[in-house]
Design a protein around this ligand. Structure first.
Ligand code: UDP
Ligand code: MG
Length: 317
């Protein structure tokens, strides 16, 4: 019998712990060939989450595991802890608030059995979400897809089912500043997307405020993008080029209208423009080195081997 493990980061999710268990239990009542369990990560909750987990564990035994953090370390840390402590052949990442409908799990398992390494849920509607938040989120996806090598799918959520091999590959990326969506796309493998409608959270409220999301987006961006630094080199070069053109114009003017010379105004503008441009270019070059140092520091694997030839590939070839 194969084992499938659900990883659930929880931060102040007291009212959701038991309903989530029940929803998952209901789904697996119909799936016979998988042995399932839930691994909750209590991310330093300040409400009764831990007490709920202890009660549930006492009640359900092996089906429920939990890890409890010393303080709130954030969802990314919770995801990492969950993946690191997981042992199942399949691992499902899901939110505690039932915004990731467990009813999709059977379809995800099917996707994996078809031969995909990962099967994720993609939100096709953002019903019930503030308009500004949706707009910013769209903007984030399109910028990141344009300016980095990462390809993120619009609406692609963290709600995914992955094979052991993919999980192990994700764990090879040991960087501290983690941006899971990017990491999951970076490791490669084949992902199948299942569309779903946005669901309102069961209880409590979202842990993200606007600025939290902006911070998250920025950190995702900085973790993967070197484009802004490169842009600085181009920008600086353009200014230097403009300074050169201006210098030519000044010389021409000085020869043509010698009587107008003497104020020195043009020379000052030229010097400011030229050295401004040089400085920006140099900053861009230094930035490029910093970006490389940053990427090197992450010690990402140089390549990831795909061990299992999946059924899908066999079919394709
Ligand atoms: N979460 C967490 N640590 C945090 C913030 C959130 O483990 O610091 C968990 C939270 O309990 C939930 C999931 O991450 O299971 C998604 O959070 P939330 O529902 O607040 O985000 P949203 O669905 O609004 O994007
Ligand atoms: Mg939520």
């Amino acid at each position: 019998m194969k084992r499938i493990e659900m990883i659930v980061p929880c931060y102040n999710e007291e009212p959701c712990i038991v309903p989530l268990y029940e929803a998952v239990e209901k789904v697996f009542a119909l799936i016979k060939d998988y042995d399932w369990s839930l691994l909750y990560i209590n991310d330093g909750s300040s409400d009764g989450t831990l007490a709920e987990l202890k009660k549930l564990k006492a009640d359900k035994g092996e089906r429920v595991q939990y890890i409890s953090f010393a303080r709130n370390f954030g969802k990314e840390s919770a995801i990492y802890a969950g993946l690191k402590n997981s042992t199942g052949e399949l691992v499902v990442l899901m939110d505690a608030d039932l915004q990731h409908p467990p009813e999709l799990i059977p379809q995800m398992i099917e996707g994996i059995e078809e031969g995909y390494d990962c099967c994720g849920a993609r939100r096709v509607s953002r019903k019930g979400e503030p308009i500004i938040r949706s707009a910013f989120s769209r903007m984030f996806y399109s910028t990141i897809n344009h300016m980095t090598e990462m390809r993120l799918v619009q609406g692609g959520s963290d709600f995914r089912c992955m094979t052991r091999q993919m999980v192990d590959s994700i764990l090879l990326l040991t960087e501290r500043e983690r941006f899971s969506k990017g990491i999951m796309s970076w490791v490669g493998f084949e992902t199948k997307w299942i569309p779903y409608e946005n669901v309102e959270r069961l209880a409590g409220k979202s842990k993200w405020n606007f600025f939290g999301l902006v911070r998250y987006a920025l950190s995702g961006f900085i973790a993967f993008a070197t484009a802004p630094l490169r842009a600085m080199i181009y920008f600086g070069s353009v200014i230097v080029a403009a300074a050169v053109v201006y210098a030519v114009y000044l010389v021409y003017n000085a020869i043509r209208y010698p009587e107008n010379n003497g104020s020195g105004f043009g020379t000052i503008v030229l010097l400011i423009l030229f050295f401004g441009g040089v400085l920006v270019t140099l900053l861009g070059i230094i930035g490029e080195y910093v970006a490389r140092i940053y990427m090197e520091l992450k010690h990402r694997p140089i390549y990831i081997e795909k061990i299992n030839t999946t059924k899908k590939q066999e079919k394709d070839s």
